[in-house]
Design a binder for this molecule. Structure first.
Ligand code: IPM
Ligand code: MG
Length: 355
């Protein structure tokens, strides 16, 4: 029997509504595929600041390091706006990524056939979209020093090393090889030195993956092509900042930010989290879309447990609930209005029925 030691951190806002839904699906799926679960749940982000005065207590970080994987909801909230960086919920997320060495953030963007009408883009544009973003997650402007701020001047630093670019490029090329054999690297090499290095390093790494078709795009024109010809992309590789922005943009293709899961990997560790945030406008109403978090369970079965059949089962179950017409508020006005619980139940039912 495979064992999974999982740390569950629902966090703030809708995190406490969608993560329990994902845990229900995990438990059902674990039973089916003979995985024994050891789950520990804790506070993170704003919830942890409220209880302990810090967004990520050392004990939680240590437990994350000792777990096979972390399942995280989302962090943040109006309560902490204007607080110094050290007292912001987001700090917990950045610290987890950095301390666990999770340098590769995988964000799949898939146009579910049942949701073709939920996107503001034309069905003819999004038909067949299946993109896997590789966002570099522990470098670049999010982390590099110096960072400075006074009343009249602020500094952030964009910095990348060859090694940081190489290791994520290799993972992206390997993924492209398993998929449709295309990799698009996105940078701003007409202006930024970091991007010139990025382009050179990706071109060098490509020599070991010559069977993959590589193409380089500038981020501004790529942002446009992502909306006009998204089906032409397979694996997209980019830095931390561009990846943050482009994956929110790509959510338009999936119909809602509530649809996108992510896996952050590196050094044998893994953290799974929905791409969406805390959604304060709908928090506490039981209507948040649980699909991004449930799809994270699929990614966990694939990447941490190496059980692709179970991952496919989760994916099929989501597809079947969508085909049956279930729609949370973010996906309406078409279909049957569904609460978080109703959507989860529909997916659980499909999961039991699936192979
Ligand atoms: C994301 C989020 C985070 C980021 C925030 C909450 C720090 O937007 O995961 O995309 O910018 O990385
Ligand atoms: Mg983001």
């Amino acid at each position: 029997m495979i064992e999974l030691k999982l740390l569950v951190l629902p966090g703030d806002g809708v995190g406490v509504e969608v993560i329990p839904a994902a845990v229900d699906v995990l438990e059902a799926c674990a039973k089916k595929y003979s995985v024994s679960l050891q789950i520990h749940q804790d506070l993170v982000g704003g919830a942890s600041i409220r209880a302990h005065g810090v967004s990520l207590p050392d004990s939680v970080l240590e437990r994350a390091k000792g777990s096979d994987a972390v399942l995280l909801g989302c962090v943040g909230g109006a309560e902490w706006e204007g607080e110094p960086p050290s007292r912001r919920p987001e700090r917990a997320l950045l610290a987890l990524r950095k301390e666990l060495g999770l340098f590769a953030n995988l964000r799949p963007v898939y146009a579910w056939p049942a949701l073709e009408d939920s996107s503001p883009l034309k069905p003819s544009v999004i038909k067949g979209v299946d993109i896997l973003f590789f966002r570099e997650l522990t470098g670049g402007i999010y982390f590099a020093q110096p960072k400075e701020r006074n009343n009249d001047r602020a500094v952030d630093t964009e910095l990348y090393t060859r090694g940081e670019i190489e290791r994520i490029a290799r993972l992206a090329f390997q993924a492209a090889r398993r998929r449709r054999g295309k990799l698009t690297s996105v940078d701003k090499s007409n202006i930024l030195e970091t991007s010139k290095l990025w382009r050179d390093v990706v071109t060098d790494v490509h020599k070991q993956y010559a069977d993959v078709a590589l193409d380089h795009r500038l981020v501004d024109s790529f942002a446009m092509q992502l909306m006009t010809t998204p089906a032409s992309f397979d694996v997209v590789l980019t830095n931390n900042m561009f990846g943050d922005i482009l994956t929110d943009e790509a959510a338009v293709i999936a119909g809602s930010l509530g649809m996108l899961p992510s896996a952050s990997l590196g050094n044998g560790r893994a953290l799974y989290e929905p791409v969406h945030g805390t959604a304060p406008d709908i928090t506490g109403r039981g209507i948040a879309n649980p699909i991004a978090s449930i799809a994270c369970i699929g990614m966990l079965f694939e990447h941490t447990l190496n059980l692709p059949a179970a991952a496919a089962n989760v994916q099929q179950a989501i597809g079947s609930a969508l085909r049956a017409g279930y729609r949370t508020a973010d996906l309406q006005p078409t279909g049957k209005p569904a609460s978080t619980q109703e959507m989860t139940d529909a997916i659980l039912k499909a999961l039991q029925a699936g192979r």
